[in-house]
Every structure is written in structure tokens, then in C-alpha cells.
Design a protein around this ligand. Structure first.
Ligand code: ADP
Ligand code: MG
Length: 398
């Protein structure tokens, strides 16, 4: 789960990190009061969407010469004008994809006098099985280019979970970021704070880009992107309360209500499968035969008829889906339950695209019987290979 920049900053501030003063607003009328409450004379009006690259992003509705999704304002009036122009429009950045994201919230923040822009992130480094800091002196809006062209400028410092952030780690981080004097002293305080926040809140990623050294020599967290490990959300009600459903895929939200493991993808073959391994194999074989899956969907081991119906409805509601492949291996899951769910869902929502069903395992004969006697226009398949070819051909033919 992701949160907005302003929420991430409030969270980090609670742990003691240095962040600027700022106010989140939802309508342009609130801009004036928000700016007035800040020290000035520089204000920054920042689009709050769950995607990075906002500074260099472009608003769809505003034409190529309009300013981006993070704007400096040198007066309260200018901040108001930016807010009025940005709210409600669609920001397209490198991370949003072409569709962009509608800006429904802004963060009006005190402007900083920037001396240097640094990069800092904390993540779980799977190669060493530890939480690690990833830092670079080349922070700011072009970190992707740094990673590609001069990867040696990106330095990783893994943290021993027993010892936590040690004096040696702090020295490495300060050295890598070329921090001296007050900035180095700030670093020694900040790095353990960020590590503590990461671990305590079960974050999956904490990215501060940029972390800045200000003209007065102090450090400040200027941007903050945080995502959390969904498997640990049950123990963080405070984090779950920050969830912004308007930023999430509607189909994924619906799926989460039924406890379905569903991820929307860009292809056109909808897949309903049980077990993550079989789901991945199904996606792979669809690609092998030249098409792309529209989703990853694992209905799980003990799915009920209601759950299967919900899953089928989510797939058919996606206009990108041009064909559906149901691929079930009945172990704990019974094939007749799947068949009943599919039949019930088709009766309810209709079937406008080809449907291939491959059932194997527990109660397979009963499952096939239910499908065959349902009168539905289903293409039966015998095995995974056969099923993939049949659905790919059906989609190509239509
Ligand atoms: P994004 O990464 O989505 O483009 P950032 O929050 O990193 O958004 O902002 C982009 C750039 O805007 C920063 O690299 C920085 O140069 C500038 N900026 C952002 N916030 C402030 C601020 N409070 N004061 C001064 N400049 C800022
Ligand atoms: Mg940034």
C-alpha cells in the first residue's frame, strides 16, 4: 500500500525527521489560508498523487508550455493561481503511464533554499537479506538516469538487523553523501530515525528524493515516497487509515474485498486460476503463444462459489478482456465449486467473449458435468498447453 507525500512526511516528522511546514488541501478555496499559515516568501505547490516524477510531469488539459506538477510560488496569490490551475486536472509523469492521474489533493509547502539535492532510500535488499540504505550525491529529478549511466554513484549500505544503524554505518552514509559539519551531525540523527520508521511501520520502500542540504547547512526531507508491506498492514491501523482508494485500481479494490489475489495487467486474456504458481505458469504460457494476460488472479485454495463468482465478474467487467481462461487444478479446491461459480457468474453478467475452461483434479467429472449441462458456450480444454492455444486462437479469431 502506498501513501501520499504529505502523509509520509507527517509520519516521518512523528519519528523526528526534519521536514518543512506544509498544509494539504482538497479545494482551491483552501489555498490562500494554507499559504498564509506558512512562513513564506517562497511556497511550493505540490500535486499529491501516488506516482513520482511530478516535477517533470505535464498536465493533460493544460498544454505543453504549462508548468509541471510541482510548482514554486513567490507570493500567496501565485500559490492560489497554481492551486486553481492544478486541482482536478490530470498529471502525466514517467510513472503514471499515458493515462495519467487526476490531482485531487495538493500539498502547499514552505519553500527551501537548496544547496544540494541528494538521494536516499531504504528497502529490503534481497541479495543480502537485510534492510539497506541506497544513497547518492546525485539526487533530484534525474536519479533514473544516474542509475543507468553512472551506477557507481549509487552506494548501498546494508544494516545488520541485530546491531541496527551503527557508528560505522553512519560514517559510511555521511561519507557517501559527502556530508560535513552540521549536515553530517544532522545525518547522524536522521539515518537512524528513518531506519526506525522503516522497521517499525513495516515499510517496503522509503524513498527520500531529494534529501537536501540547505543553504544554512542543515538537512531536510524534501520529498518522501513510502510504500508498506501489505502482509503487515493488519498490525498498523494508523497506516490503513491513510489509504486513498481513488489512487488504486477499482478492480483490485473489489478483489481485496473478497480476499482474492488480483493484479491488473495490460493484456487482453483474463485469467482465473488457483494457486500463485499455476497462475504464473498460465501467464507464461499465454505469452508463449503470443498473447498477453489481462490480469494475475489467484482465487486461492478454499474458494467458495461466491468468491469464484466475484472473481469472474471482476474479469468480465474489464473492457480490455477479449477472452477468458479458467485454469483450475483441484486439490483443496474442488472443480465443481469452480464450475458452479463460473455458471452463476455467467448467468448474472452474461458472456460476451470466448471462455476456455480447463479443470483437473478433485471432483473434475462433476465440474465438467456442471459446465456441460449449463448450456453455456464454453470451450473445454484438456491440459494447460491445449487451454492456452485454444484461448489465444479464440481471441485472435474474434
Ligand atoms: P517529484 O519527485 O515527484 O518530481 P519532488 O517533491 O521531488 O517531486 O519535487 C521536485 C523538485 O522540486 C525537487 O527536486 C526540488 O528541486 C523542488 N522542490 C520540491 N519541494 C520543494 C520545496 N519545499 N522547496 C524548494 N524546492 C522544492
Ligand atoms: Mg522527488
Amino acid at each position: 500500500m502506498n501513501i501520499h507525500e504529505y502523509q509520509a512526511k507527517a509520519l516521518l516528522k512523528g519519528f523526528g525527521a526534519p521536514v518543512a511546514e506544509g498544509v494539504a488541501i482538497f479545494s482551491a478555496d483552501e489555498a490562500e489560508a494554507a499559504a498564509k499559515s506558512l512562513p513564506g516568501p517562497l511556497y511550493v505547490v505540490k500535486s499529491q498523487i501516488h506516482a513520482g516524477g511530478r516535477g517533470k510531469g505535464k498536465f493533460k488539459e493544460l498544454g505543453p508550455d504549462a508548468k509541471g506538477g510541482v510548482r514554486l510560488a513567490f507570493s500567496i496569490d501565485e500559490a492560489k493561481a497554481h492551486a486553481a490551475e492544478m486541482l482536478g486536472n490530470t498529471l502525466v509523469t514517467k510513472q503514471t503511464g499515458e493515462a495519467g492521474k487526476q490531482v485531487n489533493r495538493l500539498y502547499i509547502e514552505d519553500g527551501a533554499d537548496i544547496e544540494r539535492e541528494l538521494y536516499l532510500s531504504i528497502l529490503v535488499d534481497r541479495t543480502v537479506g537485510q534492510v539497506a540504505f541506497v544513497v547518492s550525491t546525485e539526487g533530484g529529478m534525474d536519479i533514473e538516469a544516474v542509475a543507468e549511466e553512472t551506477p557507481e554513484k549509487i552506494i548501498t549500505v546494508a544494516i545488520d538487523p541485530e546491531a541496527g544503524v551503527t557508528a560505522a554505518d553512519l560514517a559510511k552514509l555521511n561519507g557517501a553523501l559527502e556530508l560535513t559539519g552540521e549536515a553530517a551531525a544532522d545525518g547522524e540523527k536522521l539515518f537512524p530515525i528513518l531506519y526506525k520508521a522503516f522497521v517499525e511501520k513495516d515499510m517496503a520502500l522509503l524513498e527520500v528524493n531529494p534529501l537536501i542540504v540547505m543553504k544554512d547547512g542543515r538537512l531536510r526531507v524534501l520529498d518522501a515516497k513510502v510504500s508498506f508491506d501489505n502482509n503487515a498492514l493488519f498490525r498498523h491501523d494508523d497506516i490503513v487509515a491513510l489509504r486513498d482508494l481513488t489512487e488504486e485500481d477499482a478492480k483490485e479494490i473489489e478483489a481485496s474485498k473478497y480476499d482474492l489475489a488480483y493484479v491488473a495487467l495490460d493484456g487482453n486474456i483474463g485469467c482465473m486460476v488457483n494457486g500463485a504458481g499455476l497462475a504464473m505458469a498460465t501467464m507464461d504460457i499465454i505469452k508463449l503463444y503470443g498473447q498477453e494476460p489481462a490480469n494475475f488472479l489467484d482465487v486461492g485454495g478454499g474458494a467458495t462459489k461466491e468468491k469464484v463468482t466475484a472473481a469472474f465478474k471482476i474479469i468480465t467487467a474489464d473492457p480490455a478482456v477479449k477472452g477468458i481462461l479458467v485454469n483450475i487444478f483441484g486439490g483443496i479446491m474442488k472443480c465443481d465449486v469452480i464450475a458452479e461459480g463460473v455458471v452463476a457468474a455467467v448467468k448474472e453478467v452474461g458472456l460476451k467473449v470466448p471462455l476456455v475452461v480447463r479443470l483437473e483434479g478433485t471432483n473434475v467429472a462433476l465440474g465438467k458435468k456442471i459446465i456441460n449441462e449449463s448450456g453455456l458456450d464454453v470451450i473445454a480444454a484438456d491440459d494447460l498447453d491445449d487451454a492456452a492455444q485454444k484461448i489465444v486462437n479464440a481471441v485472435k479469431g474474434s
